[in-house]
Design a protein around this ligand. Structure first.
Ligand code: NAG
Ligand code: NAG
Ligand code: NAG
Ligand code: NAG
Ligand code: NAG
Ligand code: NAG
Ligand code: NAG
Ligand code: NAG
Ligand code: NAG
Ligand code: NAG
Ligand code: NAG
Ligand code: NAG
Length: 384
């Protein structure tokens, strides 16, 4: 039944995607259709990108676009496999025991079908000979709760990685399509939190990470890919582990699926975090054909990527490849003209932490300049 539903969805969505101009339409072809009218349209403010009637190009325009879309496709394909895997691995009774009924399972199946659509749209933009296919994956979960937590984590870094590159794509038309996919995936991420019975969105802004951070987090779960899949060109940073993180069984012990619930804090500001990281040079990812690398110097700081900014705390008690730090005690704004002093904690939800050699100031639109300072990570910090 599921297989049938999926293949029907695949056909329908391929047809839709086929309605977009094929990847072969080049930028120069597109510009020849450009309207030469310089008379502004009514109620249309001047400015903006691609607002002059130039034909949208739903294809990569630069290598940056191509590599980013390729990474995005790898993300869609792991999500498709993951959701199907969870549905196949656990019985309706297993899900029922965690408070998930048949309607919830249909939602999970529908999320897998959405991945078919997203993968098809990106594949169509990359072109038939450049679109990678599914790989073989390995997942760390044994229970339904672990599956839900892992799915929340995978969608969380997929979302963050995409937000990181979307605004930098040369092809604004391609960005438009990816935007319409990723906002749907953000809803998936929230649904996985609700399936776990935890607060659906305990932050004001959804943070972004770089492509290399996304690839670092994804690669460990890819066992092997077909030889002619397009290789991912981004960096694999050395792995980072928060060794005193509570496990998911402890975190969700008292939870059951709910639209929202006031949860017990998993972590608190000022709490000590123990970190352990790997040396560079480890083989990771598909067919172990990627090697972790860092261009950073000595480990000195811990970067916390959360909400709208990157905050650093000092890395202390460094000994070999381990050290510790404390969770920042900050709020997202110190004041606002729209409230009487109330604001949100800076650290809440699934936050990304990295060990760095410097506390270089970066903001969401230039986060990529953090890459060269990464000693290890990111690791996901499940703070609430
Ligand atoms: C239309 O706008 C795009 C960028 O938004 C620009 O690259 C292109 O040159 C413009 N075309 C014309 C005819 O002004
Ligand atoms: C694949 O992408 C590369 C990089 O953009 C490009 O040079 C090549 O022409 C593409 N191949 C096909 C078949 O689209
Ligand atoms: C890999 O090869 C297969 C078989 O020739 C082909 O169907 C597929 O399009 C190729 N994929 C890529 C990404 O080149
Ligand atoms: C995180 O958000 C949850 C849900 O709103 C809230 O219960 C918790 O107190 C927040 N954590 C912190 C540290 O404020
Ligand atoms: C992280 O550290 C914990 C505690 O030492 C350990 O149980 C776990 O296996 C480690 N995870 C990885 C991926 O190394
Ligand atoms: C999580 O922690 C609990 C309590 O310490 C333990 O019983 C359980 O085996 C752990 N689960 C995993 C998957 O490590
Ligand atoms: C679950 O409930 C028990 C008993 O009330 C409490 O000791 C424990 O801290 C709770 N765990 C979580 C993660 O809220
Ligand atoms: C949930 O948390 C909020 C914020 O701390 C609090 O105002 C509210 O009373 C709580 N609701 C319940 C049912 O505990
Ligand atoms: C966090 O900051 C608040 C406001 O400055 C302060 O009241 C509180 O004691 C701090 N908590 C910790 C654990 O440092
Ligand atoms: C890391 O990358 C640099 C630059 O490409 C290279 O010189 C170095 O050998 C790499 N290190 C490892 C451990 O692979
Ligand atoms: C991030 O925002 C918090 C709250 O505004 C602020 O205290 C902190 O200094 C900021 N960090 C950076 C690196 O800008
Ligand atoms: C990133 O942008 C911020 C302004 O938003 C600037 O203060 C910072 O210096 C920039 N960082 C780098 C590494 O260029």
């Amino acid at each position: 039944m599921r297989g049938l539903a999926l293949s029907i969805a695949a056909t329908a969505l391929a047809d839709l995607a086929g309605a977009l101009p094929a990847a072969s339409s080049s930028a120069s072809e597109a510009s020849s259709y450009t309207s030469s009218s310089s008379i502004p349209l009514p109620y249309t403010p001047s400015g903006g990108l691609d607002t002059n009637g130039s034909l949208p190009v739903y294809a990569p325009l630069t290598d940056f676009d191509y590599q980013s879309l390729n990474l995005g496709l790898y993300q869609e394909l792991i999500e498709l496999d993951l959701f199907q895997n969870g549905l196949a691995k656990f019985s309706a009774e297993d899900f029922q025991n965690e408070g998930l009924n048949a309607d919830d399972l249909y939602l999970l199946q529908f999320m897998a079908e959405q991945e078919v659509g997203h993968a098809t749209a990106i594949a169509d933009m990359l072109g038939p000979n450049n679109a990678s296919v599914a790989c073989e994956y390995s997942y760390p979960f044994q229970t339904v709760q672990e599956f839900l937590q892992f799915s929340e984590y995978i969608t969380r870094f997929g979302e963050a990685g995409t937000y990181g590159f979307l605004e930098h794509l040369n092809s604004r038309a391609a960005a438009q399509i990816v935007l319409q996919a990723i906002t749907t995936e953000a809803r998936q991420e929230m649904v996985f939190r609700q399936f776990q019975g935890i607060f659906p969105m305990p932050f004001w802004f959804t943070s972004a990470i770089t492509q290399s951070m996304q690839w670092t987090l994804m690669a460990p779960y890819i066992v092997g890919c077909p030889d002619n899949n397009t290789r991912v060109q981004f960096q694999n940073f050395p792995g980072l582990n928060i060794t005193n993180s509570p496990n998911v069984t402890q975190l969700t012990a008292n939870s059951s699926a709910a639209v929202s619930s006031n949860e017990t804090d998993w972590t608190t500001p000022g709490q000590t975090i123990h970190l352990e990281w790997e040396n560079p040079g480890k083989s990771v990812g598909p067919n172990n054909s990627y090697t972790t690398n860092t261009t950073a110097g000595e480990p000195k700081f811990v970067a916390w990527i959360s909400q709208l900014n990157v905050t650093y705390t000092p890395l202390t008690n460094v000994s070999g490849n381990s050290g510790q730090t404390t969770q920042p005690n900050l709020t997202i704004y110190s004041e606002s003209k729209y409230s009487n002093g109330s604001t949100a904690p800076l650290i809440n939800g699934t936050v990304f932490v990295l060990v760095t050699d410097d506390d270089v100031p970066v903001t969401p639109a230039n986060l990529t300049f953090l890459n060269q300072h990464v000693v290890a990570g990111p690791a996901a910090y499940f703070s609430g």
